[in-house]
Design a protein around this ligand. Structure first.
Ligand code: C2E
Ligand code: MG
Ligand code: MG
Ligand code: MG
Length: 288
């Protein structure tokens, strides 16, 4: 945001500095306000979770991703792209994550009570959580409290987890793995790191980023990159999931090219728990 403020200040011409500091102060104020509002919301348990279906090639729901949601009484809907960074910078990411995980584990346990094949519930873990020394214990405590087995949970992480202390990240992931969780690399294809981490980390799942899916039916190069990413994942024996699937042409291409699972608005938007429950009750196969 600072660079946006700088740009805005430059566009205004003279008195750059004055405008610039003014903007910075305003941005800092907003951040503090948001942080304060988050503390209150966490105390009042006002964060909620929406659920987005993941389907297999026959469009049967096989899993669900838990996505944090926040509607503030005055500020309205605030998206995770806004509040997650604030949580990360203010130390609120651990309490927020645990609130989301507990809710998701509790809901998943209910959904799985009557199912022969359990749904996999996926949750997102900020790379910052890997800097502390208690992430494994805290996640496991939440899991035990809610009574869900670890083998019904997928932990979605991003490549940035490996940018810091990479030995440490590996050992934490190995610990999660040893406890029975499945590990997914989220937003695959957007990062900066070398592909070598695919060999060093105990990943089960690769989630192809939406940017490799959007437009693949129109641009051959996008399609080639998506197809290469799927091949890479499959040859390493990973489960490959595509995110951001918005139309049937994308779904068909991804399926023909070996993708295992699909997630996106074509299949379902993220839904409140009750609506996702209804989607399951309607047969668990999504038609489009
Ligand atoms: P993500 O984990 O890659 O989640 C997928 C995002 O893509 C979600 O946005 C979802 O609503 C959106 N999406 C799904 N299908 C489509 C589609 O077909 N088209 C388009 N245009 N978008 C689609 P959302 O819910 O706004 O979340 C954004 C990001 O915020 C997530 O990206 C994740 O990185 C982060 N996030 C959300 N909840 C949590 C959380 O509880 N903890 C952490 N650490 N991060 C979270
Ligand atoms: Mg995710
Ligand atoms: Mg994703
Ligand atoms: Mg994404």
């Amino acid at each position: 945001h600072a660079d946006i403020a700088m740009y805005a200040a430059k566009k205004r011409g003279r008195n750059n500095f004055q405008f610039f500091t003014h903007d910075l102060n305003r941005i800092a104020d907003e951040r503090l306000n948001l942080e304060a509002a988050m503390r209150v919301a966490l105390e009042r348990d006002e964060f909620t979770v929406h659920y987005q279906a993941k389907v297999d090639a026959s469009r049967r729901i096989v899993g669900v991703e838990a996505l944090a949601r926040w509607t503030h009484a005055e500020l309205g809907v605030i998206g995770p792209d806004r509040f997650i960074p604030v949580a990360e910078e203010s130390g609120l990411i651990m309490p927020l994550t645990l609130a989301v995980l507990r809710r998701a584990f509790r809901d998943a346990r209910q959904w799985n009570l009557g199912r022969a094949i359990p749904l996999m519930v996926a949750v997102n873990l900020s790379p910052l959580l890997f800097l502390g020394d208690d992430v494994v214990d805290r996640v496991c405590t939440a899991l035990d409290d809610e009574g869900l087995p670890a083998n019904q949970v997928e932990l979605e992480i991003t490549e940035t987890v490996f940018l810091g202390d990479d030995t440490r990240a590996v050992s934490i992931l190995a610990e999660f793995k040893a406890r029975g969780f499945r590990l997914a690399m989220d937003d695959f294809g957007t990062g900066y790191s070398a592909l070598s981490y695919l060999r060093r980390f105990p990943l089960d799942i690769i989630k192809i980023d939406r940017s490799l899916v959007t437009g693949l039916e129109q641009e051959e190069e996008v399609a080639m990159i998506a197809s290469a990413a799927i091949s890479l994942g499959k040859s390493l024996r990973k489960t490959v999931v595509a995110e951001g699937v918005e139309n049937a042409a994308q779904f068909d291409f991804l399926r023909r090219n070996g993708c295992d699972e699909f997630q996106g608005y074509l299949l379902s938007r993220p839904l409140p728990a009750a609506q996702f429950t209804a989607l399951l009750a309607a047969g668990g196969v999504i038609h489009f």
